[in-house]
Design a protein around this ligand. Structure first.
Ligand SMILES: C[S@@+](CC[C@H](N)C(=O)[O-])C[C@H]1O[C@@H](n2cnc3c(N)ncnc32)[C@H](O)[C@@H]1O
Length: 511
C-alpha cells in the first residue's frame, strides 16, 4: 500500500475531511488533505486493511457513532507532552496568578480551587499542575480542597495517565531531583508516588463536541495547550468561548504560544504568561460580550510570507483588552501588523539578534488570521533560532509544533535530522533523513549527512553509496552554484570533499 493517493477520489477525501472536522474539530482543509490521507493510510496499515480505497469509501459514507470516532482517534491525536512543559509559563502562573489567588481565597475563608487540564494527553500536564500547587500550599495542602480534572478525547492516553507510569521521555526537561521527589522507580519506568496518586480525575471529553456541557464549571485555571492548534479557526473559537465561559470570576485560561493567534482571531486579547498566552475569565470582562458562537464564515485575505501557501482569514471583531491581576508583560495589542512583524523578525534573524527575533516571532504568532503554513514558518524559525544558540530542547519543542502544523515539511525534517545528530541520536537522525530524501530526493546535503551517519554507525557500504549519490548530484551543478542550505558553501567545495572521502575509502576499504 505505497501509492494510495491515486486510488482515493478527491470527493471521498473531501467528505472525510468534513467528517473529521465535524467530529474532532481538526482542520484538514484543502492544503492539508495529503496529511489526512497519510494519517488514514497509517491507520489502515495498522489495522491490516487490504482494500484501502473501499475502506475509505465506506468510512466516508457511514454514520460515525462514538465507537467509530474512538477507533479513528489514534490517527488524529498527537501524544506529544512531558512534565513541566513550558516551565517558564508554569513559573509565571505560580508568581502571577496562583499565589495571589490562594491569598485571596485564604482571606475569604474559601480554601478550594478548581483546575482543569483540557487535552491532558497522558497526564503529564495535570500532574505538573498538582505538583506545583502542592509546592505552593506547602504544609497547608491538607486544609485545601483541590479539584483537579484532566480530560482528553483519546481514551488510550487517559488509561496511561491513570496508571501514572512514565518513561524517560516524559522527564526530558526535568532534573533527577524533580523525578525522585515525585516518582518512584519501577523497572526502567517511574511511577507517580502515592502522595499524588488518585488526586486527579481523568475523564474522556471531546472539546469539539459543542453539545456536551463543559465538565467543569467555575474553574480557577484551565490549561488547554497545544490542542486547539490542530482545530479549524471557527471550531477553535467556539471552544475558546466555552472554556472562557467555564472559568470562575478569578479564572484564567492558558494556551500555548502558537495558539495566541487563534485567540486574537476569535476576538480575545490576552497577555503573555511566560511562553504561554493567558486569557482571563468572561466574568472579569476578559472576553467580548457573549453573542452566541462565533460566525464560521466570512474570511478575509491574510498576508502570506514568502513560500507559504495562503489560506483565508476570518474578519475579526475588535478585541477587548484584558487586565490581569499583576500583568508581567504588556497586553498583546500591537500596532504592527503581521507583515511588518515578519519582516522585522527576518531582519533580526539575519543580523544575529536571536532573542529580539524570537520576541517578534512570538508577537507575529499572536496575530489574527495566520494560516497553518504561516504559523509553521514562524515555529520553524523559532526552532532554528534556538538551535543556533545550542538550546536543543527549546528547538525541539518548536520543531514539534512546526511539524504538527505541516507534517510533510522537508525543511522541518531536515532540522529534525540535524538536531538528532547534535544529540548524538544517529538512528533518529537517519530516520529523519529518510523523510527528507523522500520529500526532496535531490537534496544534496541530505545524502552527505546520511553518508556521515552511516559511516559512524559502521555501515561503510551504505555510506559509500550515499556519498556517491551526493557526488553525482554535485557534478550536475555549476561549479560556482551555492549549496542549498549550505550556509555559504559552494557545490564545488562539497564536491572536492566528497571526492577526497571516496578516495580515502577506496585506499583503505573497510572490512
Ligand atoms: C499535543 S497533546 C498536548 C498535551 C498537553 N496539553 C501539552 O501541552 O503537553 C494534544 C492532546 O489533545 C488531545 N485532543 C485532540 N483533539 C481533541 C479533542 N477534540 N478533544 C479533546 N482532546 C483532544 C489529543 O488526544 C492529545 O492528547
Amino acid at each position: 500500500m505505497t501509492r494510495i493517493e491515486a486510488s482515493c477520489s478527491p470527493r471521498v477525501l473531501e467528505v472525510l475531511a468534513h467528517k473529521v472536522h465535524q467530529h474532532l474539530g481538526i482542520d484538514f482543509s484543502a492544503e492539508r488533505r495529503p496529511d489526512l490521507l497519510r494519517r488514514l493510510q497509517l491507520l489502515a496499515m495498522e489495522q491490516h486493511i487490504e482494500d484501502f480505497s473501499g475502506w475509505l469509501q465506506a468510512l466516508a459514507f457511514a454514520d460515525w457513532d462514538a465507537a467509530q470516532v474512538q477507533a479513528l482517534i489514534p490517527a488524529f491525536t498527537v501524544g506529544e507532552t512531558y512534565f513541566r512543559r513550558d516551565a517558564e509559563a508554569l513559573d509565571w502562573l505560580a508568581r502571577q496568578h496562583l499565589g495571589a489567588l490562594l491569598a485571596r481565597r485564604r482571606l475569604a475563608g474559601q480554601r478550594s480551587l478548581r483546575l482543569w487540564s483540557a487535552g491532558c494527553c497522558t497526564g503529564e500536564e495535570a500532574y505538573s499542575l498538582l505538583f506545583l500547587l502542592d509546592e505552593l500550599l506547602g504544609r497547608e495542602a491538607d486544609t485545601w480542597s483541590l479539584e483537579l480534572l484532566a480530560s482528553d478525547i483519546n481514551t488510550a492516553f487517559l488509561a496511561r495517565a491513570e496508571q501514572g507510569l512514565y518513561g524517560a521521555n516524559a522527564f526530558r526537561r526535568n532534573d533527577s531531583a524533580f523525578r525522585r521527589r515525585h516518582f518512584q522507580a519501577e523497572g526502567r519506568l517511574w511511577r507517580v508516588r502515592p502522595a499524588w496518586r488518585g488526586r486527579i480525575r481523568f475523564i474522556p471529553y471531546n472539546l469539539a463536541d459543542g453539545l456536551q456541557p463543559c465538565p467543569m464549571q467555575g474553574a480557577d485555571l484551565i490549561l488547554c495547550r497545544n490542542v486547539l492548534m490542530y482545530f479549524s479557526p471557527p471550531r477553535a473559537a467556539a471552544v475558546l468561548h466555552r472554556l472562557l465561559g467555564s472559568l470562575s470570576r478569578d479564572g484564567l485560561l492558558l494556551l500555548s504560544a502558537v495558539e495566541a493567534g487563534i485567540a486574537t482571531q476569535a476576538g480575545f486579547t490576552g497577555t503573555w504568561a511566560g511562553c504561554n498566552y493567558a486569557l482571563a475569565s468572561a466574568a472579569r470582562g476578559g472576553v467580548r460580550p457573549a453573542s452566541g458562537a462565533p460566525a464560521e464564515a466570512g474570511p478575509a485575505p491574510a498576508w502570506v510570507p514568502p513560500g507559504a501557501p495562503a489560506t483565508r482569514a476570518r474578519k475579526i471583531p475588535r478585541p477587548r483588552a484584558v487586565v490581569l491581576s499583576q500583568p508581567a508583560e504588556p497586553a498583546a495589542a500591537h500596532a504592527a501588523g503581521p507583515e511588518q512583524l515578519w519582516q522585522q523578525a527576518q531582519r533580526d534573524l539575519s543580523s544575529g539578534h536571536s532573542p529580539a527575533a524570537r520576541e517578534t516571532l512570538r508577537r507575529y504568532l499572536a496575530c489574527a488570521g495566520l494560516s497553518h503554513a504561516q504559523q509553521h514558518q514562524a515555529c520553524l524559525q523559532m526552532a532554528r533560532s534556538w538551535a543556533d544558540q545550542q538550546q536543543l530542547d527549546e528547538a525541539q519543542d518548536w520543531l514539534q509544533r512546526a511539524l504538527a502544523l505541516e507534517p510533510a515539511s522537508m525543511p522541518a525534517h531536515w532540522l529534525q535530522a540535524q538536531l538528532a545528530q547534535q544529540r548524538g541520536e544517529n538512528q533518529a537522525a537517519l530516520l529523519a533523513l529518510q523523510r527528507v530524501l523522500y520529500l526532496e530526493p535531490g537534496f544534496i546535503l541530505g545524502y552527505f549527512l546520511q553518508a556521515r551517519l552511516l559511516s559512524a554507525s559502521g555501515r561503510a557500504r551504505a555510506s559509500d553509496k550515499a556519498l556517491r549519490v551526493c557526488r553525482q548530484l554535485l557534478e550536475e551543478q555549476a561549479d560556482d552554484a551555492p549549496l542549498p542550505q549550505g550556509d555559504g558553501m559552494s557545490c564545488a567545495q562539497l564536491l572536492r570533499l566528497c571526492e577526497q572521502l571516496l578516495e580515502e575509502r577506496s585506499a583503505c576499504p573497510s572490512p
